[in-house]
Design a protein around this ligand. Structure first.
Ligand SMILES: N[C@@H](CCC(=O)N[C@@H](CS)C(=O)NCC(=O)O)C(=O)O
Length: 215
């Protein structure tokens, strides 16, 4: 069986799909598409949406479907119970995260933005909902303060650096994807428990953070 996962590096849904392969040590080829490549995804699943898993020419979209499908291959690893407080924490940061992450991702040297046209496509598509990127980049102080204070509330919820609730669960998928998005934002301060969790998750799932591009 040959597996290819089509992704954008900045995309949290793509991060989620990538994580399950790392957790389970299942080989997969990661391919980055340009952000303005509409024909590729539409040709595979009928819409311009990543992630897409290609298994020997059979295509599957939707990150949660991909995760469930791969976790059902061999022994399951996402066996832990979710904690509603983690879901609440993630939804509590979604607005400041979205506003700060998108304009920074758009400036980062990510493979989906390898051409000027691909980067411009992303900006054109996201600005109507997020706001003008140049303005968001100029004044994000309040959003950043909110994120940093929320991170202090996350620290006591982390029961183990290798699994937020003590045993790997969907909460780890959702939480690490949010922390991955946060990693492109300069000035985010991670309490020690959160930092240990981030680094351990990188080792376990094999998905690198964007710290090096933080702006
Ligand atoms: N429900 C989908 C959502 C995936 C999604 O929203 N992907 C975004 C990237 S973060 C996308 O491909 N949007 C189309 C675009 O960027 O043009 C999933 O979980 O897989």
């Amino acid at each position: 069986m040959t597996r290819t996962l089509y992704v954008y590096e900045h995309c949290p849904f793509c991060v989620k799909a990538r994580m399950i392969f790392g957790f389970k040590n299942i080989p997969v080829e990661i391919k980055y598409l340009l952000n303005d490549d509409e024909a590729g995804p539409i040709g595979m699943i009928g819409q311009k949406m990543l992630p897409i898993l290609d298994e020997d020419g059979r295509f599957m979209g939707e990150s949660l479907d991909i995760i469930a499908h791969i976790d059902d291959t061999g022994e399951k690893v996402l066996c832990g119970e979710p904690n509603p407080a983690i879901e609440d924490w993630i939804s509590g940061i979604s607005k400041p995260l979205y506003k700060l992450m998108l304009p920074r991702a758009a400036c980062a040297p990510l493979p989906e933005f390898a051409t000027t046209a691909a980067r411009a496509y992303f900006v054109r598509k996201k600005e109507p909902s997020a706001g003008q990127f140049s303005l968001l980049l100029e004044d994000g102080t309040d959003f950043l303060a909110t994120l940093n204070s929320r991170l202090h509330l996350l620290a006591p919820l982390i029961r183990s650096e290798a699994a937020v609730n003590g045993a790997l669960s969907m909460d780890d998928i959702h939480l690490f994807a949010a922390l991955h998005s946060l990693s492109v934002i300069k000035g985010v301060i991670y309490p020690p428990e959160v930092e240990r969790y981030r680094q351990t998750m990188v080792r376990l799932c094999g998905v690198a953070l964007m710290d090096d591009y933080a702006a």
